[in-house]
Design a protein around this ligand. Structure first.
Ligand code: UDP
Ligand code: MG
Length: 347
């Protein structure tokens, strides 16, 4: 087997309409990474941007051979963009960073120090957040604490995806092909020696957040369903409480009616209210059940996680890593077509 030609560090940045941040991101990252004196690559994943991001990315790749660009065929979402970067990363250590400069690249030096001291995962803990709405700050804080309580994996609170991962962790992640991904949880799940470094999360340099409330809720559901059965188990407790109330109510109502002539819980209104309440309970839990079922459906369809339209700056030897497990079940003809497309692409 030929030896893996690789940089020491891979940096992965997902990009969705970040035209105002790309040049500065490159500048700050190259300054920090050059100061380490080691080789590095910066993998930018264009998650279907509709602004000038792709042009700016390609221009950087033209200028600097350490810049590599992956252009998705459409918007696949933040976590999937990060996944594509991880799939392509060749470094001894890989660093995930947001493209909006909310994660200060200078912190990477501290992460590298911990990595050299023997830790396989060094995650960044947000001590403070600048320039974010109180709602975002509050909901994020609540979410991480609830997650911590209800999951079986210890996912550290107030950490995002900003982290350094050793090659050993990256290789495990490359084999985890689940569809609705919660990467910060997945890296915790892998294990090894992990530690945190704290930092103040800056305000976004340019543009607006790409996480409206709808996406935040979806992301939270992915995190919960990926790492916890708590919403399913809670049904048992609720059924216990309701059953107990019913058992209690039967003798009380009977005694009141027989001996005291009090017609408790009489009338249609009570019945209707109880029925509505129960329906609400049941539908609420069915929603959660549905969340798990929908995710099972996503897995069984076995689609690739993302579609790459084009890559810049990669060596032609580096294959497009389609979802590895999907490939195993693929008819030969389709596989040959994909291989052909990968070989013929512009690199
Ligand atoms: N992002 C992406 N695809 C998306 C949404 C976001 O690649 O569908 C990228 C975005 O360009 C940024 C990172 O993910 O680099 C984090 O997004 P954002 O800063 O909007 O999230 P926030 O920091 O507000 O939670
Ligand atoms: Mg951001």
């Amino acid at each position: 087997m030929s030896e893996r030609v690789h940089p020491v560090f891979s940096i992965v940045a997902p990009i969705y309409n970040e035209e105002g941040n790309i040049d500065l991101l490159y500048e700050r990252i190259s300054q920090v990474m050059d100061s380490t004196g080691e080789s590095w690559e910066l993998i930018m994943v264009n998650d279907g941007s509709r602004d000038r991001s792709s042009v700016l990315m390609d221009a950087l790749a033209d200028r600097d051979p350490r810049i590599k660009c992956i252009h998705f065929a459409r918007n696949f979402g933040h976590q999937t963009a990060v996944t594509a970067g991880i799939d392509h990363a060749l470094g001894d250590a890989t660093i995930l960073i947001d493209a909006d400069l909310q994660d200060p690249p200078e912190l990477i030096l501290e992460m590298i120090e911990r990595w050299r001291a023997g830790y396989q995962v060094v995650y960044a803990v947000r001590e403070k957040r600048e320039g974010e709405s109180w709602f975002k700050e509050f909901s994020a804080k609540m979410f991480y604490r609830v997650m911590y309580r209800i999951t079986d994996v210890d996912i550290p609170v107030d950490t995002g995806d900003f982290r350094l991962m050793d090659r050993s962790v990256v290789e495990v992640l490359q084999h985890m092909r689940e569809h609705n991904r919660f990467i910060r949880g997945m890296t915790s799940w892998v294990g090894f020696k992990q530690t945190g470094v704290s930092y103040v999360r800056d305000a976004r340099h340019s543009g607006e957040t790409k996480y409206p409330l709808r996406k935040m809720i979806r992301f939270a559901m992915d995190g919960i369903t990926s790492f916890s059965y708590f919403p399913l188990q809670i049904m048992l407790y609720v059924s216990g409480i309701l059953g107990f109330l019913a058992l209690l109510a039967i003798p009380i109502v009977a005694i009141l009616r027989l001996f005291y002539g009090v017609d408790f819980f009489g009338g249609q209104a009570t019945t209707i209210i109880v029925v509505l309440l129960m329906s609400a309970f049941q539908l609420f839990f069915m929603f959660f059940l549905g969340q798990y079922v929908a995710r099972i459906y996503d897995e069984t369809r076995n689609r690739p996680l993302y579609v790459v339209a084009r890559r810049e700056g990669f060596s032609p030897q580096q294959p497009v890593p389609l979802a590895a497990h999907a490939r195993e079940n693929m008819p030969d003809a389709i596989e040959a077509e994909i291989e052909g497309a990968a070989a013929g692409e512009t690199v």
